[in-house]
Design a protein around this ligand. Structure first.
Ligand SMILES: Cc1cc2nc3c(=O)[nH]c(=O)nc-3n(C[C@H](O)[C@H](O)[C@H](O)COP(=O)(O)OP(=O)(O)OC[C@H]3O[C@@H](n4cnc5c(N)ncnc54)[C@H](O)[C@@H]3O)c2cc1C
Length: 67
């Protein structure tokens, strides 16, 4: 589970929506569901299962890293 700082997304998020994320500029675009969002903190929560290249790279990120 990641809590991600993304104020613009948190501001306009609606139930049922998902985000497209990329590990870096060359990364594949992968869809992940928005599980929760906090407009005041400007964060969105995502939960993902490690299945392939992008989710493996994401699972190795540490607190404070960006993607
Ligand atoms: C609208 C939408 C919302 C999604 N929300 C979430 C979410 O909230 N959390 C989440 O964990 N995933 C979610 N997914 C699935 C997620 O996008 C994929 O798991 C991700 O793109 C895989 O990227 P990857 O590069 O890690 O794996 P890839 O390298 O693209 O895939 C590696 C291999 O794993 C297989 N594979 C892919 N997904 C799965 C799976 N789920 N189970 C078993 N095998 C699989 C692929 O067929 C491929 O052979 C969502 C997908 C969609 C379309």
């Amino acid at each position: 589970m990641f809590e991600v700082k993304a104020p613009l997304v948190a501001k306009s998020a609606k139930p049922g929506q998902f985000v497209i994320v990329r590990i870096d500029e060359k990364g594949e675009r992968i869809p992940l569901t928005i599980c929760d969002y906090n407009e005041e903190l400007g964060t969105v929560t995502i939960v993902f299962q490690v299945v392939g290249a992008s989710t493996t790279k994401m699972s190795k990120l540490n607190e404070g890293d960006s993607f």
